[in-house]
Design a protein around this ligand. Structure first.
Ligand SMILES: [Zn+2]
Length: 499
């Protein structure tokens, strides 16, 4: 047997000013051919599960590409064409028994708002009967084109995404049984007009905890092979953005439809709980100041790198300095220029920097505003480590040349590449022990829980400035389907939801 195995992942924030070219994929991870196996075998990724299942089945694998970039703006056409071409050429030039793909589901490319749908449609045109199994991130925006051109789909059930390997193994085994003729997958999908907010999708919290438990319960019913609820990615101004469900049943489309309806009805009934409630920044920081039992996690969620944030918005840091919080470790401010200055000055040097604020954010009408700060260069590093926490376990990651800058009561990790802090390595790789800090200010939303939840005492969301804002009033949506909640007041979900 011969399997085509590939990965192409990007969560595209159409409001983000950060360009997404091929270099951005190379900065995080772009591997080709045999290098794919070396980079991902043994890691917590769907792709690693696909490789293990192929080995178990005694199948040869062809791995044309495995590419992922940190979330950012619309993927440039050249990058999208390069990555899809790698997969399509491999498919066209070989004979395969199956394809196993590790995709995200929220990729928007220039001229192609449904990046994954576009890829799968063209794969199906080349190989009309090829069994194709795909895993998608819980933040994927699903579509007709995605489902119509795929044999079986599974999504992650945990956010933070600590079950990526498990999701791959589940759908991969399902495909192996399909190849043996034991089962015949029938898929059903649908969506509700709900632009759920990722800050309200953590699976330790309601309502997503119940939604994912409903999926697990459904999978124990006879004939149901996989059930997934996708919260979707709301920072994408595209027609298909929003919450959806996909159910795979053995032979029975009716069974799949019934579970899909149950999941979508439950999500719609709790639509208000999928929307974040704001608190003024100054008030939240003042509340943090009264807390004593650290480490207290403060979340600069409007500049969440893992949703396309610029990682250099200084609004929350400025407020912490203004209110005089002490013993705060910050991860991280993106500012390659400041890192260069600190590298030139050396460890122990006192420097004055115009830190951060290098990126304008036209989508929210905000100019980049650096903060002039005087402080000390405490440490320098190459920013590389291997993840030992539960998400992306075993992966080598890098923040590029990195410096630790101490100013006022803050120790700020300053990086040369964008990176969401979900692993303790962001601090420990530069000599900061996060357990010994009173406050940790993280440019993250939910993924921080992967590494930090065991030591975080009281997570507090701080409403700063950035392109991952949860304030819809700041964003102008032009392309998403209307009406959609909460942009429009809606009481009933229109049917049918599976066109
Ligand atoms: Zn995600």
């Amino acid at each position: 047997m011969r399997f085509l195995v590939a990965m192409m992942k990007h969560e595209t924030n159409t409001f983000s000013p950060i360009p997404t070219d091929l270099k951005r994929f190379r900065d995080w991870g772009l591997h080709e051919d045999e290098a794919v196996v070396r980079a991902y075998r043994g890691t917590n990724h769907p792709l690693a599960a696909f490789l293990d299942l192929a080995a178990e089945a005694g199948a040869d694998v062809v791995t044309p590409v495995a590419a992922e970039a940190m979330p950012s703006g619309i993927v440039q056409r050249g990058a999208y064409d390069y990555l899809t071409r790698r997969i399509l050429d491999a498919l066209a030039n070989g004979a395969y028994d199956a394809a196993l793909l590790d995709l995200h589901g929220a990729m928007v490319a220039e001229g192609e708002p449904d990046g994954e749908g576009g890829l799968l449609e063209r794969m199906r045109a080349i190989a009309p009967t090829l069994p194709i199994a795909v895993t998608f991130d819980m933040h994927g925006n699903m579509s007709d084109r995605i489902v119509a051109n795929t044999t079986a789909i599974n999504g992650y059930k945990s956010y933070p995404h600590t079950d990526m390997y498990a999701a791959g193994e589940q759908i991969g085994r399902l495909l192996m049984r399909t190849l043996k003729g034991e089962i015949d997958p029938a898929m059903s999908w649908g969506n509700v007009p709900l632009l759920a907010q990722t800050l309200r999708m953590g699976t330790a919290d309601e309502p997503m905890r119940t939604m994912q438990q409903m999926c697990r319960d459904a999978e124990r019913e006879p004939g149901i092979l996989a059930a997934s609820v996708f919260g979707g990615f709301p920072m994408a101004d595209i027609e298909i953005a929003g919450l959806s469900a996909i159910v795979v049943a053995d032979r029975s489309r009716e069974k799949a439809d019934a579970v899909r309806d149950r999941l979508l009805d439950a999500a719609w009934a709790r639509k208000d709980d999928f929307i974040y409630q704001h608190e003024p920044l100054g008030q939240a920081v003042a509340r943090a100041k009264t807390m004593t039992d650290g480490p207290i996690v403060l979340l600069d969620h409007a500049d969440n790198v893992g949703s396309g944030g610029t990682s250099d918005s200084m609004a929350v840091i400025a407020e912490l300095l203004r209110q005089g919080l002490d013993d705060v470790a910050v991860a991280a401010v993106w500012d390659p220029e400041a890192v260069k200055t600190m590298m030139a000055a050396g460890v122990g040097a006192d420097v004055t920097l115009d830190l951060g604020g290098k990126t304008d954010m036209p989508s929210i009408g905000a100019k980049g505003q650096p903060l002039r700060l005087t402080g000390r260069v405490r440490r320098l590093s190459d920013g590389q480590w291997i993840v030992r926490g539960p998400m992306y376990t075993g992966s080598r990651v890098t923040t590029g040349p990195t410096a630790l800058f101490e100013t006022g009561g803050l120790s700020i990790v300053v990086t040369s590449l964008h990176h969401e802090p979900w692993d303790l390595g962001i601090f420990t790789s530069i000599g900061v022990d996060p357990a010994h800090c009173r406050y940790l200010l993280l440019k993250s939303r939910i993924h921080y829980r992967a590494g930090f939840a065991p030591l975080a005492k009281a997570p507090l969301t701080l409403d700063g400035v950035g392109v991952t804002t949860s304030d819809n009033d700041l964003l102008s949506f032009r392309n998403v389907r209307r009406p959609i909640f909460p942009l429009d007041p809606m009481q009933r979900a229109p049917r049918p939801r599976n066109p």
